[in-house]
Ligand binder design. Structure first.
Ligand code: CAO
Length: 414
């Protein structure tokens, strides 16, 4: 929440950020007025359509700022006009998922007896706390005497502040006998909460696992020769676009791997588009946006779309369209490390592959000579209710062949 009870809020000012299964949306205020009630705390699950806050406007308590629908990207409020530029002191929108809570709460500055409690946003209060400033000692220059960030900074510059003590490093505690290990419990929220739901459902499906190793030597050389050229065109070219294209080629040959199973497991739908999901590690946790219609895209077009998804994922800006409609998934856990993995299906998809780090290792050549080879391992998981092991292995062989002979992918250029 960017507002608290008693605070004045401007029309269209950011009130909070709401995260649904599919997207993260900033909710703005419908009215200018004083916040009378805040119905939810940070991290609470808001009921679709219910009030988030009550605002008192000039002629009484207005209705409310409603919670966003689980299925929508946008709040149900009327489309806002372009928001006015935020003042430098305006609070930055805080995500719904809170940072882990410290086990010892920081002291909240108390208003001296008989004095009015100062108005300030949570962000400004945080700044005051960080600098050990009692907010009630600061003269607020904002509307209705609201204390702004600039007021705190001016107060500090005026020299009326005791510097915060330097944090005690954990190494300083070693050997001192002090206990530093404390349990702490946090709520599972945001994308992690979605992961609880989706992964629990997926483990009810019998997974068939299949692993192989891919000789990436030729592809490492090819990517090396194209990387600068792509970069000059504004595209970061990693190995993923080649893996996605190779998957699309293999899916064309084995379309059952691009199918989905109905919830009651009575029907199988062969999907027309190759919307390939990429497991992505973001600051908010695991997300799986997908590149749409890979079958129609060149490798550089896949790379450009992947770059966009990575950028939007890092900024927490992925749309519900980015996160829905996937038909097959690849997880490049190798960008972090590892050799083998056991990926879990993204239902209702029937196949997911996880790839390892590419490593230089010795392998035998045709004449038993030892050759330094760039090897990547792949671990596939398939829905064993509808995919048999032989189909999985044949699919993997086509994918492997495309990556080991990257020139062959030219034949599939659009
Ligand atoms: N082996 C060796 N090098 C690799 C590699 C691999 N498997 N994967 C990536 N790299 C290299 C890239 O080529 C790039 O090198 P350059 O700087 O020379 O171009 C560098 O590592 C950084 O790549 P990247 O991670 O930014 O881009 P990507 O397209 O390879 O991967 C993405 C994108 C989104 C898949 C990745 O960033 C990511 O989030 N990986 C984690 C996935 C994950 O968490 N999976 C687990 C899911 S289950 O919880």
């Amino acid at each position: 929440m960017n507002v608290e009870e008693g605070q004045t809020v401007e029309e269209w000012a950011p009130v909070t950020t709401v995260r649904s299964d599919k997207a993260t949306v900033e909710i703005t205020s419908r009215y200018t007025g004083v916040v009378k009630k805040v119905h939810y705390a940070v991290g609470d699950e808001a009921k679709t359509g219910s009030a988030l806050i009550d605002i008192e406007v000039a002629d009484g308590v207005a209705d409310d700022v409603p919670a966003v629908s689980n299925n929508d990207d946008a709040p149900s409020a009327p489309s806002p006009p372009p928001p006015a530029p935020a003042a430098a002191s305006a609070p930055a929108p805080a995500p719904v998922a809170a940072a882990p809570v410290a086990s010892t709460p920081a002291p909240v500055p108390q208003a001296p007896a008989g004095r009015k409690k100062s108005l300030a946003s949570p962000a400004v209060r945080r700044i005051a706390m960080q600098h050990k400033v009692n907010i009630n000692d600061v003269h607020g220059t904002g509307r209705d005497g609201m204390v702004l960030k600039g007021d705190i900074l001016a107060f500090i510059e005026g020299g009326k502040v005791v510097a915060a003590p330097a944090p005690v490093s954990s190494s300083a505690l070693v050997g001192s006998g002090a206990s530093i290990a404390q349990d702490r419990t946090i709520d599972i929220k945001g994308f992690a909460k979605v992961m609880v739901k989706t992964m629990t459902a997926a483990t009810a499906v019998p997974h068939f696992g299949y692993c192989d190793e891919i000789d990436m030597t030729a592809l490492v050389a090819l990517r090396g020769s194209l990387k600068d050229q792509a970069e000059a065109a504004g595209v970061k070219l990693s190995y993923m676009p080649f893996m996605l294209k190779a998957a699309s080629i293999a899916l064309t040959k084995y379309p059952v791997l691009n199918s989905s199973v109905s919830a009651d497991a009575t029907q199988l739908t062969y999907k027309g588009a190759h919307n390939i999901g990429i497991a992505m590690d973001t600051k908010d946790g695991l997300v799986v946006p997908n590149v749409k219609n890979v079958q129609n895209l060149s490798i550089v077009e896949i790379a450009a779309e992947l770059n966009r998804l990575q950028k939007d994922g890092a900024a927490g800006r992925l749309s519900s369209s980015d996160l829905s409609g996937g038909t097959f998934t690849l997880s490049n856990i190798g960008s972090i490390g590892g050799t083998y993995a056991s990926p879990v299906l993204v239902l209702p998809e029937v196949c997911i592959g996880a790839v390892s780090k590419i490593q230089r290792v010795p392998r035998f050549g045709e004449n038993d000579e030892v050759i330094a080879t760039s090897i990547m391992r792949v671990s596939w998981s398939a829905d064993h209710r509808v995919i048999d092991g032989a189909t999985m292995a044949r699919f993997s062989n086509v994918w492997k062949d495309a990556l080991e002979n990257p020139g062959s992918m030219l034949l599939h250029l659009r």
